[in-house]
Ligand binder design. Structure first.
Ligand code: SF4
Ligand code: SF4
Length: 99
């Protein structure tokens, strides 16, 4: 019983550390995404980033549903983390951030 209580406590602690709130403002074009940490959790940077392996082919820019890639940079405010750019980059120049 005591072990179960300890396990439950750690589980709650883990959930609290990992919790963050993603807010999507669908009323804006393009959609705006904001992240708010809950409790004492830190906001871990996640999403995608274009690295200097980029050959400037613009495939990512064309496929992005949010049109949030400009000058080979991702506008993080509008990125929905869909991963399409990451999947379609021919030279794996887009890095996935966080976990
Ligand atoms: S698809 Fe890849 S190589 Fe092409 S512009 Fe985007 S990041 Fe650069
Ligand atoms: S993850 Fe999706 S929304 Fe974000 S830049 Fe890539 S294609 Fe656009």
């Amino acid at each position: 019983m005591f072990i179960l209580m300890i396990a439950d406590m750690y589980l709650k602690l883990f959930v609290l550390i990992m919790v963050k709130l993603n807010f999507f403002d669908l009323g804006k074009e393009p959609i705006v995404r904001e992240v708010f940490p809950l409790g004492n959790s830190e906001v871990i940077k996640n999403g995608y980033e274009i690295t200097d392996k980029c050959i400037k082919c613009k495939k990512c820019e064309k496929i992005c549903p949010q049109k949030c890639i400009n000058d080979f940079k991702i506008n993080q405010t509008h990125c929905l983390h869909c991963g399409l750019c990451y999947e379609k980059c021919p030279v794996n120049a887009i890095r996935k951030l966080g976990n």
